[in-house]
Design a protein around this ligand. Structure first.
Ligand SMILES: [Zn+2]
Length: 211
């Protein structure tokens, strides 16, 4: 694979292979391969094993999840349809240039992987402290969903907090994105397309609608 250019602001961050370890990801210790973007652990796109404290800080203090530095006037949120439905994304925002990097370096976002990992990443004493995303168990081993990137005014970012005071993520309600871009299609859709092709083959190359 071609080397993916690293944003200047990430130049001093630890790496696994040629990829930057996300600031919110646990730093590589025993299980270097679990660190950072390359591993879509537990179906969370940019999350390897996540340091809950750093994730929460990033959301509350408006830090970028990739580099840990303060966001500028505009930021990017990576959003799935399920997030819109729930009204928040569990992931902190990113600098636009860090988002551009993540989209190329993260196997889920880049299209390198078509399915989430089937099992929760083993090991980690911090794992128990990490509250699962709203639909995490449903995502394990499932086809990758659709992802969009939302360019937003950083001033519109608000933490989403549950009724019992738990920090859930970044609120999506009330945000008016400046731009929305489809980052990747759902592979469930691709599988549906394959199925449709099979169905069409049954009709001798003609779609059912033309029968
Ligand atoms: Zn950044």
């Amino acid at each position: 694979m071609n080397r993916i250019p690293i944003p200047l602001r990430c130049i001093n961050q630890p790496r696994v292979g040629d990829r930057v370890v996300l600031w919110i990801a646990l730093q590589p210790q025993r299980e270097a391969t679990f660190a950072g973007c390359p591993v879509p652990a537990q179906g969370r796109v940019l999350f390897g094993n996540v340091d809950r404290g750093r994730r929460d800080r990033a959301i509350r203090e408006l830090l970028c999840q990739v580099c840990g530095q303060r966001l500028g006037g505009r930021a990017v949120l990576i959003v799935r349809p399920a997030d819109v439905q729930h009204g928040y994304t569990a992931e902190p925002a990113l600098h636009p240039e860090c988002a551009a990097y993540a989209v190329r370096a993260c196997p889920v976002l880049s299209g390198e992987k078509s399915h989430y990992r089937a099992h929760t990443a083993p090991v980690d004493r911090l794992e128990d402290e990490w509250a699962p995303a709203h639909d995490e168990s449903a995502r394990q081993g499932a086809p990758v969903e659709e992802y969009s990137s939302w360019l937003v005014e950083t001033g519109q970012l608000r933490p989403a907090v549950s009724e019992d005071g738990e920090l859930q993520g970044v609120k999506l309600g009330g945000i008016k994105p400046l731009r929305v871009r489809l980052v990747r299609h759902s592979t469930a859709f691709v599988e549906a397309a394959a199925l449709l092709k099979t169905v069409f083959a049954l009709f001798d190359g003609d779609g059912p609608e033309s029968a």
